[in-house]
Write a protein that binds this ligand. Structure first.
Ligand code: AMP
Ligand code: GLY
Length: 426
């Protein structure tokens, strides 16, 4: 069958890499893709947000399955549009995608389904948010309710900073309309984990656990980014914890979406804080995580196209996925200055040398090819991902490979996976 991957980041490179290996897939297109996805299939220069253009392309090329990477087209109804044209699409409908695109909706659903999350209040007027935050004397977390590319959350240890955050979001419109509503919630303490599950409307298949590293600096310092590295499995998620996550979070939210008349289909991503009192939800995302997908898919032995089809067809209960027992670690190499201003167009060298280790793959994110050279074209540029017998082994290999790659201003964290290693590795 012909498959179209929508998106152009590191997540989409790993999706294209894995789908390209499927015996079901004869032809793979990636729109718009990047220099890395061009090695897995054919890049098509249609933007991920051009739903009409993508659906037309899908019809013209007789695409059998579209796999959607990013959240924005999902929230804008790309799956509904593909399905209306008779094309199977992997991802939730626009109404179900509200679990990510409207944090106020997600909070209400969690309350309704008795899912453990931080206590929070929703505001659509700045003055009310301000007086509420001013009345608090402990840390607060202020979140834009809409989509803000992972940057709309401010963790403020001092409520005065919380007021400034609310002002930036609601008055200065830092994230535009995404900040018309905000959530103010309690700060949770613990270690974070990402749990991604395939959901076909009713059935749930939980993937191997992973952990992201959101802040830009070592030791989780500095502003949040889209994610500076990830590893899988995350030892903080023990078997017992995974059972709780499934029974107390995933099953109730999937049931709740059904009761609401908006069944959930695609990948459901629960961003969790593993607290002393158990797992609590920080956020839901309605898609594969970036960069979590890179280490997770390196460990997936089964055919991803078959799983995506079974999600679309509602036959996920028959899926039996096989995973590599080994661990994997992904180190993101970013442009200097990210998540603030950064320059583009820097020549990248050393990717081939880095990939000489057969257990290393350099997933490309913000890259483009020009006259035979690979140039930087985004904030997160590469996700250097390695398998290893233990997490420390995978970490060692990923960093050795990253050390072989150069571009002007390249920046990466040096402590990806250390939290797992401190716990005693696996
Ligand atoms: P979110 O996009 O909602 O996952 O938030 C981004 C990041 O902010 C999370 O990965 C956490 O590091 C942090 N965060 C969000 N909500 C909370 C909370 N209630 N308590 C502590 N940290 C939080
Ligand atoms: N890695 C965080 C995200 O995909 O939202």
């Amino acid at each position: 069958m012909k498959v179209l991957v929508v998106g152009g980041g590191g997540r989409e490179h790993s999706l294209a890499w894995k789908l390209g290996q499927s015996k079901e897939v004869d032809k793979l297109y990636i729109a718009p893709g990047n220099a890395g996805t061009a090695k897995c299939g054919e890049n098509v220069s249609i933007s991920a947000d051009d739903i009409e253009g993508l659906v037309k392309f899908g019809r013209d090329k007789q695409i059998a399955l579209a796999v959607i990477g990013p959240e924005a087209p999902l929230a804008a109804g790309i799956v509904d549009a593909f399905e209306a044209s008779g094309i199977k699409a992997f991802g939730p409908s626009a109404s179900a995608a509200k679990l990510e695109s409207d944090k106020a909706f997600a909070k209400q659903m969690m309350r309704r389904c008795s899912i453990s999350t931080a206590e929070g209040r929703i505001f659509d007027r700045y003055e009310e948010a301000k007086s509420y935050i001013a009345s608090r004397d402990e840390a607060v977390v202020v979140k834009a309710a809409g989509l803000a590319a992972g940057k709309g959350v401010f963790v403020c240890d001092d409520p005065a900073d919380g007021i400034l955050a609310a002002e930036k979001i609601m008055c200065d419109k830092l994230f535009g309309e995404a900040g018309d509503k905000i959530i103010v919630e309690d700060k949770l303490l613990g270690e974070e984990a990402s749990i991604l599950a395939f959901v076909d409307g009713r059935n749930i298949y939980v993937m191997e656990s992973s952990q992201d590293h959101k802040p830009i600096g070592d030791g989780d310092t500095g502003p949040n980014t889209g994610g500076m590295g990830a590893y899988s499995p995350a030892p903080v998620v023990t078997d017992e914890m995974m059972e709780k996550i499934t029974g107390e979070i995933l099953v109730p939210i999937v049931d709740g979406m059904n009761r609401l008349g908006t069944p959930y289909k695609g990948v459901l991503y629960a961003g969790l804080m593993i607290t002393a009192g158990g797992p609590r939800v920080l956020e839901f995302n309605v898609r594969f995580g970036d960069p979590e997908t890179q280490p997770i898919l390196m460990r997936l032995k089964s055919d991803l196209a078959e799983v995506c089809l079974s999600v679309c067809e509602g036959t996920l209960s028959e899926a039996n996925l096989e995973w590599d027992e080994r661990a994997s670690v992904c180190v993101v190499m970013a442009s200097g200055g990210y998540p603030g201003k950064y320059e583009k167009g820097k020549k990248i060298t050393g990717i081939e040398e880095a990939e000489r280790d057969k257990d290393v793959i350099v997933f490309q994110a913000g890259t483009t090819e020009k006259e035979g050279e690979i140039l930087t074209s985004g904030g997160r540029v590469l996700g250097v991902t390695a398998l290893g017998d233990t997490i420390s082994d995978a970490k060692g290999r990923a960093y050795e490979a990253a050390g072989k790659i150069n571009f002007e201003g390249a920046y990466y964290r040096n402590d990806i996976a250390d939290k797992a290693i401190w716990r005693g590795d696996k």
